[in-house]
Design a protein around this ligand. Structure first.
Ligand code: SAM
Ligand code: SF4
Length: 336
């Protein structure tokens, strides 16, 4: 028999002072208790049976100078991904329209850049405005930003900026050497200052320990405000990268990360991002039970494969899941 878990904090409270021990204690809960706690937080802040559907387009693919050990788009590794230039905003606008027609309420645009060049800002702003016109949530992930670039993206109407910390501060330099963990935090600060919502999460399956997973979530939860959006990726092991032969962690370990994210950042949308293609329907249902309330739909996720839209539709229907509409995240910054 296991003991009753220590009582968790009031589900209404958003905390920014998580200790290392507290974060690890969540991971150590018996699985059923963990899911039960996560459900309590989830149901307090969100409709219990609603998920948001997002689409992610690669607006600039491959040839990235960074050495992220998981990434198909790093120029340092032979992965077979062809580099291309920044897409024309008109084509991006057409793709966003098609994503909306397919049921997405959030449109994310990703570029394989280390940082943003000012010469591309006009095109990026045009893309944001086109997505906004469709009434969708707009999100971009472009690498590091300067303070003034963040301000310009905000003025153009960008709702969210994605910039993942990927793993714990201690494990970071085993995965990326071309930038520091602190560089990531600096861009996140500029994004917050510009009153753009933060989308920030990480990856499970890099070879990190459970302690690293707890520490990653602790860094996120202890930021001045919780990222309004927390994407949790399962590593897609890409041939040619240093992590190309990594074996996928146990499904329950991934679900634990989702549940811990839900408990520590209860008013944030928790997204299952990369890696759903290899998850069974039952695995994904457990993720929803643990508090995930967003998925990416569409056959491609940047350069990787994603489940077919028809398969996702069938799963959503079988689970009786409704739509979490755009701008229904309770912690989203409004009236920008
Ligand atoms: N260059 C920008 C950056 O790094 O912020 C944006 C694009 S990058 C592809 C966005 C995120 O996708 C990464 O931070 C990482 O968390 C995730 N990602 C990339 N490749 C992945 C893979 N093979 N498996 C799982 N997640 C991955
Ligand atoms: Fe470049 Fe982003 Fe890939 Fe890292 S994750 S190599 S920064 S595209």
């Amino acid at each position: 028999m296991t003991q009753n878990p220590r009582p968790l904090p009031n589900p209404k409270a958003l905390r920014h002072n998580w200790s290392k021990d507290e974060a690890q204690a969540i991971f150590a809960l018996p699985f059923n208790d963990l899911i039960y706690q996560a459900q309590k937080y989830h149901r307090h802040w969100f409709p219990a049976n609603a998920i948001q559907k997002c689409t992610l387009l690669s607006i600039k693919t491959g040839g990235c100078p960074e050495d992220c050990a998981y990434c198909a788009q790093s120029a340092k590794y032979q992965t077979g991904v062809k580099a291309s230039k920044l897409m024309n905003p008109k084509i991006v606008a057409q793709d966003a329209k098609a994503a909306k027609a397919a049921g997405a309420t959030r449109y994310c645009m990703g570029a394989a850049w280390r940082d943003v060049k000012d010469r591309d800002m006009d095109d990026l702003c045009e893309m944001i405005q086109a997505v906004k016109k469709l009434g969708m949530e707009s999100c971009m992930t472009l690498g590091m930003l300067t303070r003034s670039q963040a301000a310009r993206l905000s003025e153009a109407g960008l709702d969210y900026y994605n910039h993942n910390i990927d793993t714990s501060p201690d494990f970071y330099d085993k995965i990326i050497t071309t930038r520091k963990f602190e560089d990531r935090l600096e861009t996140l600060e500029y994004v917050r200052e510009a009153r753009i919502n933060v989308c920030c999460g990480g990856i499970v399956g890099l070879g990190e320990s459970e302690e690293d997973r707890a520490e990653m979530l602790r860094v996120l939860a202890n930021l001045p405000s919780h990222p309004q959006s927390v994407p949790i990726n399962m590593l897609i092991a890409i041939k040619g990268t240093p992590l190309g032969e990594n074996v996928a962690p146990d499904a329950f370990d991934f679900v634990r990360v989702i549940a811990a994210a839900r408990i520590m950042m209860p008013a944030s949308v928790v997204r299952i991002a990369a890696g759903r293609e290899h998850m069974s329907d039952a695995y994904q249902a457990l993720c929803f039970l643990a508090g995930a309330n967003s998925i990416f739909i569409g056959d491609r996720l940047l350069t990787a494969r994603n489940p077919e839209v028809s398969k996702d539709r069938a799963l959503i229907e079988r689970l009786g899941l409704g739509e979490l509409e755009a701008h229904h995240c309770p912690s989203e910054i409004r009236n920008r």
